[in-house]
Design a protein around this ligand. Sequence first.
Ligand SMILES: CC(C)(COP(=O)(O)OP(=O)(O)OC[C@H]1O[C@@H](n2cnc3c(N)ncnc32)[C@H](O)[C@@H]1OP(=O)(O)O)[C@@H](O)C(=O)NCCC(=O)NCCS
Length: 150
Amino acid sequence: MNRESKAKVKLRKFRIGDYDTLIELWEKSRLPYKPKGRDRRDKIERELQAGKALFYVAECDGQIVGSIFGTHDGRKGWINRLAVHPEYRGRGIARKLVTRVEEDLNKLGIDIIACLVEGWNHDSINAFKAMGYSEFEDIVYFTKRKYPDV
Ligand SMILES: CC(C)(COP(=O)(O)OP(=O)(O)OC[C@H]1O[C@@H](n2cnc3c(N)ncnc32)[C@H](O)[C@@H]1OP(=O)(O)O)[C@@H](O)C(=O)NCCC(=O)NCCS
């Protein structure tokens, strides 16, 4: 990516027709995701139809090079599925995506935004720290799952 194409990065809302391209991006980005669970096409489509999804993609050079899925439960906002194509990293695309979701959430009156990152994912941990997020070391993550791949 050259200087000129950097200026051309555009964010837009994710559409369900982007699904296959999005999965390719996640695979290339080595993003952990749940293709048999909450990231199944029909599950994502249902979230979009519910009207609360703050799902964006970043486009550059005619292709989708970044993604973010912002969500909220009315109380707390979440950043999910932040991914940038390996060849487009280090150019501020993740920051642009995160800022958009933060702005959307703030407009909805949500003042706390969280994300969960695997402990081995140092790139992401460092990126979130650089973007102003604080790490809580003393939190244990509990879930109850209907099936393992959910
Ligand atoms: C994490 C990821 C999204 C960052 O994307 P990016 O477009 O390269 O990030 P940006 O260029 O917008 O950087 C945002 C900030 O994070 C910092 N940062 C990004 N990657 C970093 C890294 N590997 N180490 C340290 N800091 C990093 C940048 O320096 C920047 O801070 P600055 O503006 O103060 O300089 C990208 O590496 C990725 O897709 N990783 C794989 C997918 C993944 O694991 N996603 C997270 C799941 S929770």
